[in-house]
Design a protein around this ligand. Structure first.
Ligand SMILES: Cc1cc2nc3c(=O)[nH]c(=O)nc-3n(C[C@H](O)[C@H](O)[C@H](O)COP(=O)(O)OP(=O)(O)OC[C@H]3O[C@@H](n4cnc5c(N)ncnc54)[C@H](O)[C@@H]3O)c2cc1C
Length: 375
């Protein structure tokens, strides 16, 4: 037992959340072991839609989202690539009058957080966006938002953490964790390791890790449905969403349109896209973007993400065991947030506190009676 490799911090899960935490901690001088049961960035963090978007988030997420958004501008310095980040702006579309009221209310709230949006409607909107169909009657533009390539960004965070000095172990699952009163005793693949701190960034599988501390939460897997078209002439200027959700679209430099909406299916471990969902959502997408009508869809996919009952993540300290931190349950919105979450987790380990409000994300907020005994 005494030969076990010791880390100040062990992180379960090499998605974007775990990898950015590993990078933030390592840059501040902490000895980190990042353990990923498959490959870093191969799950939700590497297959998502790529929306880097503050617009549309609930008020409680905005301080964290805006902190995260500032980090995205520093990607070349931090991870050595820009991740194809494009500050295209995010246009949230209204399809009915009541949607315009939703956009106005959200804009007033965001203004209080220092986030500017421009509300558009009527003839000015139509003139500015001739490529939008009649289904869109107005929108709200948040110019600081954009999109990036998840397939590049997520593994690059893990590689940057490794270059900075973190030990990154892929194909190594954490299968058992206890605390002996002094330190964490951990089974990592075939090895026994120890740690002063344990951070649970295990994504949709985080209840397995939380379960070691009797702290599972009501979280279910979801499988967002995604597809991409052949390259088309450039016409989608912004990252697009709609009030109420259901369809979103962006166009990359090569011309391919990446579109998402609805759910695929899965078994908690693997995800598959749904042809039926793609067909149904594509009808809505074509009503908003008529130029998509004849586009060839070249690929569809999905991924596994953990969704909580209030769609907010769990971020912060365990209520059961000191020096356990959780960061999971991002409910479809963790790509933008992850770099900010990494810094917040480093604050909590090193400073014992963070300036970013986390109360809404406390693990103790759930109704314990709603949690099944066996998860
Ligand atoms: C299809 C899709 C589209 C999305 N679109 C967007 C978007 O446009 N914008 C946005 O902001 N968010 C989006 N999201 C959500 C976003 O991708 C996630 O919130 C975010 O990537 C979560 O990061 P993570 O690191 O928590 O999880 P993951 O990337 O899933 O990483 C968790 C990792 O933990 C590993 N792991 C699990 N258990 C163990 C263990 N015991 N030991 C070691 N490793 C373990 C897993 O193998 C996995 O690699 C989307 C998600 C999906 C699936």
């Amino acid at each position: 037992m005494s030969d076990a490799i010791h880390y100040q911090v062990v992180i379960a899960g090499g998605g974007l959340v775990g990898s950015s935490a590993a990078l933030a901690l390592t840059r501040r001088g902490v000895r980190v072991g990042l353990f990923e049961r498959h490959y870093c960035g191969a799950q939700a963090s590497g297959v998502n839609y790529g929306g880097v978007r503050c617009q549309g988030r609930p008020a409680e997420q905005l301080p964290l989202a805006m902190r995260a958004r500032r980090i995205w501008d520093r990607l070349p310095d931090l991870i050595g690539i820009d991740g194809e980040l494009v500050a295209s702006g995010h246009l949230r579309l209204a399809r009915r009058e009541s949607d315009l009221a939703v956009l106005e209310t959200w804009a007033a709230m965001a203004r209080e957080h220092g986030l500017a949006t421009e509300l558009l409607g009527g003839t000015a909107f139509r003139k500015r966006y001739p490529w939008l169909g009649d289904a869109a009657i107005g929108g709200s533009l948040c110019m600081s938002d954009g999109h990036a390539n998840p397939r590049l960004v997520s593994p690059a965070f893990a590689r940057a953490a490794q270059r900075a000095g973190a030990v990154v172990r892929e194909q190594t699952a954490l299968t058992h964790i206890t605390h002996d009163g002094t330190r964490f005793q951990i089974r990592a693949g075939d090895e026994h390791i120890t740690a002063d701190w344990l951070i649970n960034c295990a994504g949709a599988w985080a209840n397995t890790v939380a379960g070691f501390f009797g702290e599972s939460v009501p979280m279910k897997p979801i499988y967002p449905n995604m597809w991409v078209t052949e390259p088309l002439p450039h016409f989608i200027m912004h990252n697009l969403g709609v009030v109420g959700g259901g369809v979103y679209a962006r166009q990359v430099e090569r011309g391919n349109c990446v579109i998402g909406g609805g759910r695929g299916r899965g078994d908690g471990e693997y995800a598959q896209p749904s042809t039926q969902t793609t067909r149904a959502v594509m009808r809505d997408a074509c009503a908003l973007l008529p130029a998509l009508r004849d586009a060839l869809l070249i690929r569809t996919w999905s991924g596994v993400e953990g969704e909580t009952p209030d769609s907010n993540p769990v971020i912060g300290a365990s209520q059961k065991v000191p020096r356990v931190l959780h960061a999971f349950g991002f409910s479809g919105g963790g790509f933008l947030l992850a770099p900010g979450v990494g810094e917040v987790l480093a604050d909590l380990v090193i400073d014992g506190e963070t300036s970013t409000p986390l109360d809404a994300f406390a693990i103790g907020r759930f109704d314990r009676s709603a949690i099944p005994a066996v998860l």
